[in-house]
Design a protein around this ligand. Sequence first.
Ligand code: PGA
Length: 251
Amino acid sequence: MKSEKFIIANWKMQLDPTKAEKLARDIKRLNSRADKNTKLVICPGFLSIVLVKKALSGSRIALGAQDGFYEDYGPFTGMVSLAQIKGLGCQYVILGHSERRAQGETDQMVNKKVLTALRHGLTPIVCVGETFDERKEGNRDLVLVHQVYEAMRNVKLKPSQKIVIAYEPVWVIGSGQAVEGKDAEHAAAVIRQSFLDSLGKKNMPALSVIYGGSVSGENIAEFTDLDDITGALVGGASLDAKKFTDIIKNA
Ligand code: PGA
């Protein structure tokens, strides 16, 4: 039997706070009896974190953020720090999502954020994945090895700390068409090997590899049935309480 699973909602910049609060309440109501072995995490936009936290109180659904800056406090206009999101009650943070990398986020920045997140006791959900061109050129594995290796540079895990790495093939995000299970399985093996090379065997139990990219209630089991994949990062389908609940049920 597999250990814990993660089903993580990434609401991106899709909702205003009042809509986010309502969606959080609906998800909480529909999942009050969800399998205890499944860790549920909701990552709303920064502006909705406080309201969503209230909406989720009394449930076992955890709160995450979609990013966070590596400096704690200071003259950084427009930034939100990992220290601040931790202070608001987040336990998780998505780092290195391809939509952030597309805005100029480098591997070095992702690494600094991973180190800072761990220092604050946040669990990083590190996104890695190839673009369509990288895949076409046969560089998928290279990209994955490189992104994992760079993200894990200088990481030293304390005994209770965890790292979630989401394999997200950039070209299927939001496309409605996920990759096949065996494709994700291969990517997960590459990710695990790169993590092992970076952090050594003793840290392997701290790693969970999940899949993201057009996950739905219909295709989730194709991924969670695999030994090396223990959950999903869900964008579009997490914006509908019923669809997200189907994913949780079928995971
Ligand atoms: P999607 O997004 O489920 O809408 O493809 C996934 C993600 O970007 O994390």
